[in-house]
Design a binder for this molecule. Structure first.
Ligand SMILES: Cc1ncc(COP(=O)(O)O)c(C=O)c1O
Length: 383
C-alpha cells in the first residue's frame, strides 16, 4: 500500500532525544531533562479536584463541538483580565490543544498549495502540519538583531496567503512588542494574508506583558492552550479566537474532525482558570530558573544567548563549537547526562549551529544541569 506524498513529514528530533534519554535512564544513568518543552508540575490541584467531582456526578459524553459554553465564557473573560479586551464568548472555540487549533485554522483559511509564512527558527510542527495539509510553509529567516522574530519588511514580495507568528516564541522565548506585531499585521493584510498568532506562552512572561494580536485587530486568528501557563500538556485542551464570521466555518470543521475536545479536560481546564495562586507559584520557579540559566550558561561557556522575554527556553548559538547540533546534543547527553534539543528541529538551515535548553523543571534540576554542563564544557576545553 502506498503512502501519500503529503504524509512525508519530518520526525520531531526532540522526541529522538527523549528516547535516547529514556534508554540512558533504563541503563541506570541519571539524566537532567533540559530537552522537553513542558512544565514539570501537574495540572493545578483545583483542576484535578473539579474533574474528580465531575467523574462522580456526570456521564461525560460529547460536548458541543465548539466547547463547553461555561469554558468559552471564562476564556473570553480572561481577555478582559489579561489585555483589557472585550471579547464575545461566541468567538472562542475550545480545541484539542493548540495542535488541534492549527489543523482547524489552516483548514479553514487555506487551499492546497497556498503559501504560509513562518518564522525560522520556529516551532517545528507548524511546518509539518502545513505540509500534511498540502500547504507550502515559507521560512522567513530571522536575524539576531531582531531577536529572531520576523519583521514586516521581510514579507515583501513573498506572495503569502497566511502568516503565522509566535510571541513569546519557541525556541527563543523572544516576544513581539506592540509596534512589531502591528507592523506584521499590517504587512500581512497588505498582501491579503491571514494573520495567525500563536499565544501559547502568554502568562509566562518576565519583564513585560505579552501583547495579544486581539489588542490590535479582530481580523486574525489567535491560538492558545492550557498546556503551558496552566500546566496541562497531557490534557490536550486549547482554544482559538476567530473573527465572528468564521465561527460557523470552524464549527462545521470541528464537528467533523474532532466531534469535540475531551469533555474531562474541559472540566479541568475551567477549574484551572481559578487556580491563580498555584499558577503564580509555578511562575516564581520559572523566574528563578531563568535567572540561574542566564548566569550559569555563559559561565559554562554557552555565552551566545539572548535573554528570553517569556516561555521557558534559552536558545544558544553554538556554531563556534559545532556544525552538527544533533551530534553535539548526543555528546552532551552521553558525557554530561543532560538532555538538550538540537536546533535542527527549529531551523533546518541554521539549526546545525544552535541548541535549545528548557528550564521548565524544578530548580534543583536546573542547578544540577548547569553544574554538569559547566564540567562538560571545562573538560571539552581541556581536551
Ligand atoms: C509554540 C508552540 N505552539 C504550540 C505547541 C503545541 O502545544 P499544545 O500542547 O497546545 O498542542 C507548542 C508545544 O510545545 C509550542 O511550543
Amino acid at each position: 500500500m502506498r503512502n501519500s506524498s503529503r504524509s512525508r513529514v519530518d520526525a520531531f528530533i526532540v522526541m529522538d532525544v527523549m528516547e535516547a534519554a529514556r534508554r540512558a535512564e533504563a541503563q541506570g544513568r541519571h539524566i537532567i531533562h533540559m530537552e522537553v518543552g513542558q512544565p514539570g508540575t501537574a495540572a493545578p490541584e483545583g483542576a484535578r479536584a473539579a474533574l474528580a467531582r465531575a467523574m462522580r456526578e456526570e456521564a461525560m459524553g460529547y460536548t458541543v463541538a465548539l466547547g463547553l459554553p461555561a469554558l468559552r465564557a471564562r476564556i473570553a473573560q480572561l481577555y478582559g483580565e489579561w489585555y483589557d479586551v472585550d471579547l464575545s464568548p461566541e468567538r472562542v472555540i475550545v480545541t484539542p490543544g493548540s495542535s488541534g487549533a492549527f489543523i482547524l485554522a489552516f483548514t479553514a483559511l487555506f487551499d492546497a498549495g497556498d503559501r504560509v509564512g513562518i518564522g525560522s527558527p520556529g516551532y517545528p510542527s507548524y511546518r509539518q502540519i502545513l505540509r500534511a495539509l498540502d500547504l507550502v510553509p515559507v521560512d522567513i529567516q530571522t536575524a539576531a538583531e531582531n531577536r529572531l522574530q520576523p519583521v514586516a519588511a521581510e514579507l515583501c514580495g513573498q506572495d503569502l496567503s497566511g502568516l503565522m507568528v509566535a510571541s513569546p516564541a519557541n525556541p527563543t522565548g523572544t516576544m513581539l512588542n506592540r509596534g512589531a506585531m502591528s507592523d506584521l499585521i499590517g504587512a500581512a493584510a497588505a498582501q491579503g494574508a491571514s494573520f495567525i498568532s500563536d499565544e501559547i506562552y502568554h502568562g509566562i512572561e518576565y519583564e513585560a506583558k505579552a501583547v495579544s494580536a486581539l489588542e490590535i485587530t479582530d481580523e486574525c486568528y489567535v491560538i492558545n492552550s492550557f498546556s503551558k501557563y496552566f500546566s496541562m500538556t497531557g490534557w490536550r485542551v486549547g482554544w482559538m479566537v476567530v473573527p465572528e464570521d468564521h465561527v460557523r466555518v470552524i464549527e462545521r470543521l470541528a464537528q467533523n474532525l474532532f466531534i469535540c475536545p475531551s469533555h474531562a479536560s474541559q472540566v479541568a481546564a475551567l477549574a484551572a482558570m481559578e487556580c491563580g495562586t498555584e499558577l503564580e507559584a509555578n511562575m516564581a520557579v520559572y523566574r528563578r530558573n531563568r535567572t540561574l540559566m542566564l548566569e550559569g550558561l555563559p559561565a559554562a561557556g554557552f555565552d551566545r544567548i539572548a535573554p528570553p522575554d517569556g516561555a521557558f527556553y534559552v536558545y544558544a548559538d553554538v556554531s563556534h563549537l559545532t556544525g552538527d547540533s544533533r551530534a553535539f546534543a548526543a555528546e552532551i547527553l552521553e558525557k554530561a547526562g543532560v538532555a538538550v534539543t538540537p536546533g535542527l528541529d527549529f531551523d533546518p538551515v541554521r539549526g546545525g549551529g544552535t541548541i535549545r535548553f528548557s528550564y521548565a523543571r524544578a530548580t534543583a534540576d536546573i542547578e544540577e544541569g548547569l553544574a554538569r554542563l559547566a564540567r562538560f564544557m571545562a573538560a571539552r576545553r581541556a581536551g
